[in-house]
Design a protein around this ligand. Sequence first.
Ligand SMILES: Nc1nc2c(c(=O)[nH]1)N[C@H]1C(S)=C(S)[C@@H](COP(=O)(O)O)O[C@H]1N2
Ligand SMILES: [Mo]
Length: 414
Amino acid sequence: MSPNEPEYGFPATLWRAVERRRPPLPRFRSSVRGPRFTAWLGLVLLVGMPVVIVTGLLSYVAYGSAPIPGDVGFLRPPAFDWPTSPAWLYRVNQGTHVLLGLVLVPVVLAKLWSVVPKLVAWPPARSLTDALERGTVLLLVGSLLFEIVTGVLNIQYDYVFGFSFYAAHYVGAWVFIGAFVAHVVLKLPHMVAGLRRREDPPDHDLVADDPLPPTISRRGALTLVGGGAALVGLLSVGQVLDGPLRGTAVLLPRGRTTAAGDGGPNDFPVNRTFVSTGIAAAATGAAWRLDVGGIRLDRAALLAMDLHTADLPISCVEGWSTQQTWTGVRLRDLAALAGVPEPTSAVVRSLETGPFAQAELHEGQVLHPDSLLALRVNGADLSPDHGFPARLIVPAIPGVRCTKWVRSVEFRSV
Ligand SMILES: Nc1nc2c(c(=O)[nH]1)N[C@H]1C(S)=C(S)[C@@H](COP(=O)(O)O)O[C@H]1N2
Ligand SMILES: [Mo]
């Protein structure tokens, strides 16, 4: 029996019958492949992936309750009140999730390439344990590609999904987490052995039997992958930076485009423009009133209240963020005005209908001294695109909760 002969388990006859029906599979002859190359890529993913996973899960926790991310049944993340401090918490969390997720894409692709002879090996399984192991690899690769594709589409395009991105990316993440844990448990010894080796054993599954002459060294190939990852990072990081460097985020056009392009106080990224919402312009004009517990206030009345100014970020789930200086009325002052001096939650509603129509805030978010119904930004009135006449701004909250074109705030005390 040659060293490459499969060791058959039960039921041996079945596996043998399968093996005889071997399709014409390509031969993989790169001299770069081998357990050491795979192990180094595996190590990078073993360190990086948990960070992407944890920041991703935390993002769902930060979202809190309805209406987004939609019902995910028993997979619902544990409900705890997302902190309001530090104000940059969600900015860093989501910036890390998206940036690291993108940076790891070249590493994932290289790792897939490095093990492709095993992915297409024949017979598909040599034993039941082997079949189970390959099943987890299939789930791992499938769910990871699904997460990459949905994530990238979400940050590139304007709401292209016929389904809820949030629910799909979240359920896909749990499939990935399960398969990832199983894969790490099964493969960790191989990775450790691969890292320890100074030479690849010639009879290893990943080493080509008849390698072609090398066109690049293994170290060179690793450097190429690392360089690719660094380039993706450099071309993406701009979306979390304010100022001229934002323009360097060429891979992420949505986080790069600013509202006005005039360098003025309202010239920072816009998620959805006023025009695209379909809200009638008249609804935000002189006739606009804010409804707080039945009391109706016009903009002049709000501007006559105690105004407070805070530097706070808008941090989109898509990873882009921007810090601006907002001026407006404290939510807790509005609560007092509405006759709810000790609110435990609030619902902020927009003139808009649809998924962005409202945001729910927990007690800490309502009471924080920097939680504002903003009327002005950087010393100027809010522009229509940034939510004129009034928008919500709360420390450390996901951008999607910073409801624009607010029409009412309902404070609750139960
Ligand atoms: N009414 C309404 N509010 C909204 C949105 C929206 O589309 N409609 N987009 C949200 C999202 S996803 C983000 S990231 C921020 C972006 O705010 P900006 O466009 O002022 O930068 O607004 C949030 N508030
Ligand atoms: Mo967003």
